[in-house]
Design a protein around this ligand. Structure first.
Ligand SMILES: Cc1ncc(COP(=O)(O)O)c(C=O)c1O
Length: 311
């Protein structure tokens, strides 16, 4: 976001608006909190967060009969917001993670990208969660068929093994930071920037991904029959699947501290399965190295948890 903002301050200072989506989560630093949906986590810091314009996120699931209407409303709102000069539009491509494993269609993101670029705004894709195979493609942006100007990456970069993040920028954006003038310099860095151990872990993980792409290209098909079976359970609603991430909902609210989520977590642990529901949203996001037997075991445990729920 700072890259996009600095670029606009120099090239198009009238662009003072940033657009994010309802339900977004981009992290816990002040800028990232400002971009994310406001709530429990950000409440104490509210006076310090800058204003962000927001468009609806038309989440969808298997058998969703209202998706066309939801997408049309979201795009209409986006069009309205883009009437104001905008520096950047930021989203989590195809799947909002912490906001409730909320999946959107590829065509929706294509429409968002097209509108943002037509309005001259930069497109930022936060692939911190979806990157490196999680979506079933190497990157969710590939799967969605979009080309953002900036991509943020972390988690899967080192297979979660060492802390490391990367921000990618298009060649054009990068070039706008090249030159002798001080205001072209991106002055910000971190104590551990380009940490050699982190880089080594990232390279090793990338080699594995390149050597065994079927790990991520096949994972959605491996989930599917299990989720189809689980979706028949009387308590399961809104089943959905993207790459290695399967999610569904139980009766109750989606708030982080909702009792149903804590109860599901407790019952699953009794089954030897550690999961972290987001309130009533239950999801599985196993590592790409999971084998068929282990995956089947996860679903069998979930089935047992649902059967044991006092609902
Ligand atoms: C989509 C997304 N963006 C950003 C973050 C924050 O990453 P970090 O904790 O490395 O700042 C997360 C973390 O869960 C995330 O899921």
């Amino acid at each position: 976001l700072k890259m996009a903002w600095q670029h606009c301050q120099r090239e198009a200072p009238e662009r003072q608006q940033v657009i994010a989506f309802d339900g977004a989560y981009h992290g816990d630093t002040f800028g990232a909190m400002a971009l994310g949906e406001r709530g429990l986590f950000s409440a104490p810091f509210e006076p310090l967060l800058f204003a962000v314009a927001r468009a609806p996120w038309p989440a969808t699931w298997w058998g969703d009969g209202e998706i066309e209407q939801k997408e049309a409303q979201a795009l209409q709102r986006l069009d309205e917001l883009l009437q104001t000069p905008t520096a950047a539009v930021i989203f989590e491509p195809l799947l909002q993670g912490a906001g409730g494993m909320a999946m959107v269609r590829e065509t929706f993101l294509q429409a968002v990208e097209q509108r943002a670029h037509a309005a001259g705004a930069l497109v930022i894709a936060d692939e911190v969660l979806t990157g490196f195979g999680r979506s079933g493609s190497l990157f969710a942006c590939h799967r969605a068929g979009i080309a953002p100007d900036i991509v943020s990456l972390s988690k899967g970069l080192t297979a979660g093994f060492l802390p490391m993040g990367v921000t990618l920028a298009s060649e054009a954006l990068y070039q706008s930071f090249v030159g002798p003038e001080p205001d072209r310099t991106f002055f910000h860095g971190h104590s551990f920037t380009a940490n050699p151990l982190g880089c080594a872990a990232a390279v090793a993980s990338l080699e594995l991904l390149e050597r065994e792409p079927q790990r991520y290209t096949s994972i959605e098909a491996r989930h599917r029959p299990h989720l189809e079976h689980l979706a028949e359970h009387r308590l399961v609603t809104k089943p959905r699947l993207l790459g290695g991430i399967a999610a569904f909902e139980l009766p109750g609210d989606s708030g982080y501290l909702q009792p149903i989520g804590l109860e599901v977590q407790r019952l699953a642990l009794e089954q030897g399965l550690f999961i972290r529901p987001l309130g009533s949203v239950v999801y599985l996001m196993p590592p790409l190295g999971i084998n068929d037997g282990e995956l089947a075991q996860c679903y069998a445990s979930l089935q047992a948890v649902l059967d044991a729920l006092p609902l």
